[in-house]
Write a protein that binds this ligand. Sequence first.
Ligand code: UT7
Length: 320
Amino acid sequence: MTCATKILGCGSYLPEKILTNEDLAELVDTSDSWIRTRTGITQRHIAKEGELTSDLGFKAAELALIDAELNISQIDAIIVATTTPDNIFPSTATKIQAKLNMKHGFAFDVQAVCSGFVYALTIADKFIKSNSANNILVIGAETLSRILNWQDRNSCVLFGDGAGAVILGRDQTGESDIIDSMLHSDGDFYNILNTDGGPSLNGGMGKITMQGKDVFKNAVSKMSATVKEITEKNQIPLENIKLIVPHQANKRILDAVAERLNLGNDKIVSTVNIHANTSASSIPLALKEALGNNMVSRGDYMIFEALGAGLTWGSMLIKY
Ligand code: UT7
């Protein structure tokens, strides 16, 4: 039996503390004008001391449950996409499971960096379509501020903290909201964006290092290519897509993707100005904003797309 996957609810949470570009200019040799013109970012949220990835993810999950009008007893699994887990192990998903007082089902993390949410949602969709789960809570949660080198102006101005969650549910009769997803990776690009440490490498955690221009070029070409391939494969003309919800890394990347696809900027959700790059959290955070602003209605076609370290990239075609 083939089952359909429905999007039942969405929630998001941002830490209270805001760090503006002016605040950053007091920490490193940068300026509001450089950050705005090169990235479109004006501010980012930063978790306070003691506020963990699991805390942000838990709050987003609670709001998604309210939005979906479900309680935790109706959730069969939790999948968390994160690059900044509370601990190397156990998974942050099991920590959130405990915070939600969920005593049944299973929970695990997915690591695909900024593409993590697309990967996690794809896995959840497959569980549902193969009739292995009814409702799955998918969370993107990050405290990237903990792995930034606050002396490196090339990277520390780009990232922020936050979390978003989507609940997927099974429908035995109706049409699927998730039509298709396409995932890619290419480990030849391992070193253009990574941390300079890890448990196996040097027993440490490491901080983010990045060859910005190479990542930029790959982001523009691969994110536009994955939108094209998924629409062509499913024979949906691009002009029928109401909204693209991309990973939020840099406004110039979003504009370049829009230009390559010949799409108006109004079709591409942009929240990078207020959230900065929140890695696996950026798509559900942007989705929540788009839903709140009625940018998409039931029945509209949407595409989620992302590129992250690995490199990993991919897209998901939705009929909301
Ligand atoms: O989720 C995926 C993760 N990351 C990304 O997608 C990021 C992709 N890359 C980018 O967004 C851009 O490459 C950056 C925003 C990181 C950099 O923009 P750019 O236009 O490629 O600048 P650049 O690296 O070529 O640097 C230009 C100049 C350099 O100075 P010189 O050598 O021309 O004198 C940098 O040292 O800007 C300087 N610079 C800064 N100046 C002020 C670099 N960072 C800063 C800064 N403030 N924060």
